[in-house]
Design a protein around this ligand. Sequence first.
Ligand SMILES: Cc1ncc(COP(=O)(O)O)c(C=O)c1O
Length: 447
Amino acid sequence: MSSSQSVSPQKTRTSPPVVLSRRWHWASRQAISFLMQQAVENPDVISLAAGLVDPVTLPVEETQSAVADLLRDPAVARHALQYGTTAGSLRLREQLLKYLARLEKCSVKDLGLESEQIVLTTGSQQLLSLVGEILLDPEDICLVAAPTYFVFLGTLNGLGAQAVAVKTDQDGMCMDALEQKLAELESQGKLDRVKLIYLVSYYENPSGLSLSAERRERVVDIAGRWSKNQKIFILEDTAYRELHYDGPVLPSVWSFDESRESVIQALTFSKSYSPGLRVGFGAVPKSLVTPICDRKGNEDFGSANFNQNLLAIVHEQGLFETHVEMLRNSYREKRDAMLAAADDYFSGLDGVDWVHPHGGLYVWMTLPEEIETSFESELFQRAAQVDEVMYVPGELCYPSATDSMTGVNASPPTNHMRLSFGVQTPEGIDEGMRRLASAVRFTLDRS
Ligand SMILES: Cc1ncc(COP(=O)(O)O)c(C=O)c1O
C-alpha cells in the first residue's frame, strides 16, 4: 500500500457546515439567555433584573406534606409516577375548575367550562408557545401592548410571526389605538394575517400596569367585530393575577367572553406556588383544545404527571390559599421597599419617573430620553461593572423596529428599566436601588 493510500479519507475532508433551520435562526440570541449568563458570571452584582420568585417564601413544608400524602398509598403513588395524558391529570383539572371559579367569583357551573377545556402545560410558557404554534404561520400577526412580556416576543420571533405594537398607557393597551391599528392593517390588505391579541392583563411584566375594567370588556367586543374572514383570538396571560397587593380586584378579560370561544386564559402556579414544579394551564375555547393537544403530542405528550398530582393535593388540602396569602404579604413589603427606595434615591433626579404597581413583581422606571438603558449603554455597563447592580433594559419589551416586515412598529423607546423586587430581601432592594441611582446620576452628569 502506498503512503497516499494509507491516509484515511476522513482526515483530509474538511468538516461540512452545520446547517440549522430557519426556526433556530428566528429563535436565536434570546435576551433571557444573556441576562442569565450575566447573573452567573457576576455573583456580587445585586440583580434587580431576575424575574425569579423569592426563594425564602417557596412552599417547602406544604410540598413535603403533599409529597408524603401522594406516596402514602402505593397504588396512588404508582399512578402519579406513570405517564399521564397529553391534556394532563384529571384529578388536578377538577381542582382547577373550582380554583378558577373562586378567581372568577362564580360557581363551577357558571364558569361555562368543562374539565376538557383545562389543558395542563409545562409552565404557562408552554401554553403561550403552543397557542402561537397552532395559530400563527410565518408573517402572521399578533397584536401586543408596548411594552409587553419580552419572552413572548421571543416566542413570536421564533415562529417567524410578527408582533405589532399597539399604543399603551396607564390603563394598558389603548382600545382606540387597537381599532386604528386593525383598520390600518385592513387598508394594507393584512387583516387576514391577524390571528391573536396578546394581553398580560394583571400587573404586566414589565410595566406593572393592569388593563382597566372598561378596556377588558371592549377588547372582547373589538376582537369579535374584527374577526371577519378568520377569528381573532385573545390570549390573556394572567401570570401575576394572584400577586395582588392593593387596589381594585379586576374581573378577567376571559369573564367578558360569554361565548367562551374567543379568549384563552393562560394561568400558572410558578408565581403563586413554585416555578420548579412547572405547572401551568389554559382555560381554552373548545375549538382549540384538540389543536393544542395535537401540537403538545408532538412535543411531549403530557407534562410532569407527578407534579400535577402533587399540586392537586396542595389544592385539595387547602394548602394553596394560605400560602398565597402569605406570599402577597411578603411581596407587598418588598414592593413597598422598592418604592420607598425609589423615593429616597431617585426623586431628586430630573426626568426620572416610575410606576406604582398594585401587584406583580416589577417597577417600571423611565429615565430622561437622552439616557440609554440597553445592554451596550454606558448606564448598563457602569451599573453592572462599577456599581454592581443589574436591571432589564426596557427596549427588550418592545417589538423591534428593525425586523418588521410590515414596517408598522415605531422605534422602541430606549430609556426604560424593568426593576424586579421578587428575589432580593427588602435590605437588598434598598442597596440595589442606592447603587442604581449612583449609576444613573453618573450617567446623567456626563450627558
Ligand atoms: C407575563 C408572564 N407570562 C408567562 C410567564 C411564564 O411563566 P411560567 O412558564 O413559569 O408559567 C412569565 C414568567 O415570568 C411571565 O412573566
